[in-house]
Design a protein around this ligand. Structure first.
Ligand SMILES: C[S@@+](CC[C@H](N)C(=O)[O-])C[C@H]1O[C@@H](n2cnc3c(N)ncnc32)[C@H](O)[C@@H]1O
Length: 184
């Protein structure tokens, strides 16, 4: 092995050890560490026009990869994250200076002021997430999920990430029901 290859292998080992020690047991159970890839959300702005200064939330922001992908997609939006693990929240806060990172429970925080909530959680999180988005968010706002769909609910749109994974888009805010047909 050349000295350079050895150095690279050492660096990878160091980074892995770093991640493993910083990623606590509860986080592994709640959602495994699969960070959002850098360009995963690049196609979103063509589909969702958000006003400058709109507030976006990465619900369960981990080490901050989703925050970076949101910032890259909408550089003029106000990106926020919430993370239950203290070490991860501190890490994300430190490495994503453009974002506001809260430490707490994504289910306990109100989503009312966000134009978009982004999730990369677990399949079973999706139905409660859409219920929360419909109950709390304003009409015209969006819930976006990487990889996992809301079971038995038709998404409003599905985009493909560069790696082929789906991005599921759901209108948030109160569900719009079609008016009942008039009786004659
Ligand atoms: C798969 S990682 C995704 C990280 C980041 N959103 C990304 O896409 O790169 C899921 C993260 O959600 C966090 N999480 C799980 N349940 C949570 C909860 N109830 N409140 C806040 N964070 C939570 C986990 O600690 C973990 O960091």
């Amino acid at each position: 092995m050349s000295i350079r290859t050895e150095k690279v292998a050492e660096e990878i080992k160091h980074q892995l050890a770093n991640i493993l020690t910083r990623y606590p047991a509860r986080a592994w159970r709640d959602a495994p560490l699969f960070p959002t890839p850098a360009g995963a959300l690049d196609a979103l702005p063509q589909r969702l026009a958000l006003a400058d200064g709109a507030r976006l939330l990465d619900a369960g922001c981990g080490l901050g990869h989703g925050l970076r992908a949101l910032h890259r997609a909408w550089p003029r939006a106000r990106v926020e994250g919430i993370e239950s693990s203290l070490p991860l929240a501190l890490w994300a806060r430190r490495h994503c200076r453009f974002a506001r990172v809260h430490r707490g429970d994504l289910w306990a925080r109100s989503w009312a002021d966000y134009a978009l909530v982004y999730l990369f959680q677990r399949p079973e999180s999706m139905a409660p997430a859409l219920a929360k988005a419909r109950a709390e968010m304003a009409p015209g706002s969006w819930l976006v999920s990487l990889a996992f769909a809301v079971p038995d609910v038709a998404a409003d749109a599905v985009l493909r990430c560069p790696d082929g994974r789906p991005l599921w888009l759901y209108r948030a805010g109160p569900a719009v029901s079609s008016p009942a047909p008039r009786r004659r």
